[in-house]
Design a protein around this ligand. Structure first.
Ligand code: NAP
Length: 287
């Protein structure tokens, strides 16, 4: 099925997703707040729109991949009047649980079929069309969102209803962020104690403590390859705060998420906000 898809937000993830939608043969209209990040997509075959409303006009599916819930609310406020009734809205930005409820209600008010559809995977899987989509939304429009999920992802995990996908996403990110900080702190401790980090990596090699993600993130710091980011420090801080708040609201104390958010804040304060979140490493030092 060939669809017209309006993509709002062409940052790290949105641009890659838009390119894979084009490769799958869909008509893709893109908008980004900073036009310079949307314009290169014209070379791939996207129509670059001057406003959110122009991007979603005639769209069968609207895809939002913005920074946070507030950005989605603001951008969709501009887009709603132009979206055709009955279109589907795939909301892939990582947002809070309250945001999902509010966005689903706004979708219903404007006659759109809402899909809570956060993704797992970072820049490289996004570019390769290998994301995992966590999807929850009405049964009756799954036929038009499935080709979108197939274009951007390798796997779609369907969940019962909007909110369920974001709950699973926050749980998964709790694990990812904790691993990121554990690697960053372990590397900084090894260096401070004069322990060769390779000795530590050899020690755990092949055993239950070994971890490909740890090796990847530690490698980025040691190889000075933190830019361009796959997942920026500032975005990771936003997610850490969403996770900590979700825990608090549900009676769970998440000390690692709270402390991790502070590490990301300090790393950003030290000038590493745009770097990959492995730059949590720099929060181990005063400057
Ligand atoms: N990177 C990852 O590994 C990853 C993985 C899974 C999920 N996510 C989630 O996916 C979303 C996008 O992440 P990303 O890594 O692609 O981030 P990004 O590269 O920073 O892109 C963020 C996008 O949001 C736009 N934006 C921010 N504030 C806005 C506002 N107030 N109004 C309008 N547009 C606004 C930005 O526009 P400008 O270009 O004008 O700033 C940009 O297009 C986030 O929710 C993130 O948590 C990221």
């Amino acid at each position: 099925m060939t669809l017209t898809v309006g993509v709002l937000g062409t940052g790290i993830m949105g641009a890659a997703m838009a390119r894979n939608l084009i490769k799958a043969g869909h008509t893709v209209r893109v908008w980004n707040r900073s036009a310079d990040k949307a314009e290169p997509l014209a070379d791939d075959g996207a129509v670059v729109a001057p406003s959110p409303a122009e991007a979603v006009r005639d769209a069968d599916v609207v895809l939002t991949m913005l920074y946070d819930g507030a950005a989605v609310r603001d951008v969709m406020r501009e887009a709603f009047p132009a979206v055709k009734t009955g279109a589907a809205w795939v909301q892939s930005t990582t947002v809070s649980l309250e945001d999902v409820d509010a966005l689903a209600a706004a979708a219903a008010e404007h006659g759109l079929a809402f899909y809570d559809a956060p993704v797992l995977g970072t820049r490289q899987p996004a570019e390769a069309g290998q994301l995992t989509v966590l999807a929850a939304g009405a049964e009756d429009r799954r036929d038009i969102v499935t080709p979108v999920f197939e274009a951007v992802g390798a796997r779609t995990v369907w969940l019962e209803s909007p909110g369920a996908a974001t709950r699973l996403k926050l749980v998964a990110n709790s694990w990812v962020l904790a691993l990121t900080h554990a690697g960053a702190e372990t590397l900084s401790l090894a260096e401070a104690l004069g322990v060769d980090p390779d000795k530590f990596l050899e020690l755990i090699a092949g055993g239950p403590l070994d971890n490909g993600y740890l090796r990847g993130k530690v490698g980025l710091v040691r190889g000075d390859q933190l830019s361009p980011a796959s997942f920026a420090v500032t975005t990771a801080e936003k997610d850490a705060r969403l996770i900590a708040a979700a825990g608090r609201q549900h009676g769970v104390r998440l000390d690692l998420a709270e402390a991790g958010a502070e590490r990301f804040r300090r790393a950003a304060e030290l000038g590493h906000g745009d770097k990959d979140m492995a730059a949590s490493y720099y929060a181990s030092f005063d400057k």
